[in-house]
Design a binder for this molecule. Structure first.
Ligand code: FES
Length: 106
């Protein structure tokens, strides 16, 4: 499935990600800047924060409890579509997913 990461300057990184992978892991593996993922996907650092594209918000779904708490501590402003990318698993349905990388995550 294809995932498109959009940087804060509007630059796009299109990545071919495997179903079952997380949006965070696919970014790190492909060298997408701005997804720091300090904790390696354990839902404890909030440095993998992204804004899910509006058209995919429903398919991706809301943050779960622990993630929700952590999002409050993220460096960048929290929005309705904020998720931690290590908690989004890629499915066929999410093919073409766009996620925006927050500005304060260089
Ligand atoms: Fe640390 Fe997602 S990688 S919370």
């Amino acid at each position: 499935a294809k995932v498109i990461y959009i940087g804060s300057a509007g630059e796009e990184y299109a990545v071919e990600a495997s179903v079952g992978d997380t949006v965070m892991a696919a970014a790190v593996r492909n060298g997408v800047p701005g997804i720091v993922a300090e904790c390696g996907g354990n839902c404890s650092c909030a440095t993998c924060h992204v804004y899910v594209g509006e058209e995919f918000a429903r398919a991706v779904g809301p943050a779960h409890d622990m993630e929700d708490d952590l999002l409050d501590m993220a460096v960048s402003e929290r929005r309705a579509t904020s998720r931690l990318s290590c908690q989004i698993r890629i499915t066929e349905e999410l093919d073409g997913l766009t996620v925006e990388i927050p500005p304060e995550q260089p």
